[in-house]
Design a protein around this ligand. Structure first.
Ligand code: IPM
Ligand code: MG
Length: 359
């Protein structure tokens, strides 16, 4: 198959980790007889430096013209003082909105080889950690109006959180469909004891539940969910939640699996064109030192093949190569246990070891 992939290398460790994912994609193409063409897209801080804005229209267009988009990470302290609408992160939000990728799927699954890296007690980890967070990605407080004004001699800041029935219903369906393909348990997370938008969320989820009698729906308040994720993560199969709650809970969920550096994510809408990225940020403190963990981005590339290009066996091959590399004892610094027969490697070598194990 011939496919066009837009590559957003981004800022900080972004370029290093994307480079490793490209090596892996090229190896897969070679073995399985595909041809992947790449188009580089400037987005984030580097685009601000080069073009004066985080995602110029011509760059966005390259993503819209592609078959799918692979992203490293954007942002960094260099652009901290850039005004709100021009921040690197705004490029990412603009891209998500323009691609209409309203459904962000973030797996929290422990690799058995990394169980020791989890900060949770072994008896909690042993019960199993394997759930999916389905995060609404193009609505809510991220996309409401934002304003800071002066009132009575002081600054007053406002961010609006809005959800429509239609927005809730379409992400709710993804939650139910995802649960249907797994252990058939869906937990809808909201703050309905305080927020109107959450009360609407809960109502729509229960309406939808009638169409999915095979899936068991439960409700959970977001503060309780944050607690349950560390107390007993084995209770979760699929969590569906709004944009900001999903942002926060998915960082927490990734950490209990050992390292945020190993977790990929997919963002999809109503077409097969998706946006794939690791869930971690640009880690400017370790950028350019060849110590970042490329596994999150490599697994994001596997998700891209699986969900956008319908290449299941190619995706399986990447995931197996990652697993085999971990079995062989290779670890980047973030997942290196203090003792044991492990070999500490940098970003490039981790990429090369995974690449060599693709079959
Ligand atoms: C994420 C990130 C982004 C978000 C930032 C970079 C805007 O934290 O993908 O989780 O908040 O969505
Ligand atoms: Mg986040």
């Amino acid at each position: 198959m011939e496919k066009n992939i837009a590559l957003i290398r981004g800022d900080g460790i972004g370029p290093e980790i994307v480079e490793q994912a490209v090596l892996i994609l090229n190896r897969v193409a070679e073995i399985y007889g595909h041809s992947f063409r790449y188009t580089d897209v400037d987005m984030g801080g580097n685009a601000i430096d080069k073009w004066g804005e985080p995602l110029p229209q011509a760059q966005l267009q390259k993503c819209l013209d592609s078959d799918s988009v692979l992203l490293g990470a954007v942002g960094g302290p260099k652009w901290n003082d850039v005004p709100g609408p021009m921040r690197p992160e705004k490029g990412l939000l603009k891209l998500r909105a323009a691609m209409e990728v309203y459904s962000n799927n973030r797996p929290a699954k422990i690799w058995p080889q990394l169980a020791g890296a989890s900060p949770l007690k072994p008896e909690i980890v042993e019960k199993g950690i394997d759930f999916m967070i389905v995060r609404e990605l193009t609505g809510g407080i991220y996309f409401g109006s934002h304003e800071t004004k002066q009132e009575n001699g002081q600054a007053v800041a406002t961010d609006i959180l809005t959800y429509s029935e239609a927005e809730i219903r379409r992400i709710g369906r993804i939650g139910f469909e995802t649960a249907r393909k797994r252990r058939k348990k869906l937990c809808s997370v909201e703050k309905s004891n305080v927020l109107d938008s959450s009360r609407l969320w809960k109502k729509i989820m229960h309406e939808l539940s009638e169409e999915y009698p095979d899936v068991t729906l439960t409700d959970m308040l977001v503060d309780n969910c944050a607690m349950q994720i560390v107390k007993d993560p084995s209770q979760f199969d699929v969590i569906v939640t709004e944009n900001m709650f999903g942002d926060i809970l998915s960082d927490e969920a990734s950490m209990i699996t050992g390292s945020i550096g190993t977790i990929p994510s997919s963002s999809l809408g109503s077409t097969t064109r998706g946006l794939y990225e690791p869930i971690h940020g640009s880690a400017p403190d370790i950028a350019g030192q060849d110590i970042a963990n490329p596994i999150g981005t490599i697994l994001a590339a596997a998700m891209l093949l699986r969900y956008s290009f319908d290449m299941a066996k190619e995706a399986d091959a990447i995931e197996k190569a990652v697993s085999d590399t971990l079995d062989a004892g290779f670890r980047t610094a973030d997942i290196l246990p203090p003792h044991g027969a492990f070999q500490k490697v940098g970003c490039k070598q981790m990429g090369a070891e995974i690449c060599a194990r693709i079959q």
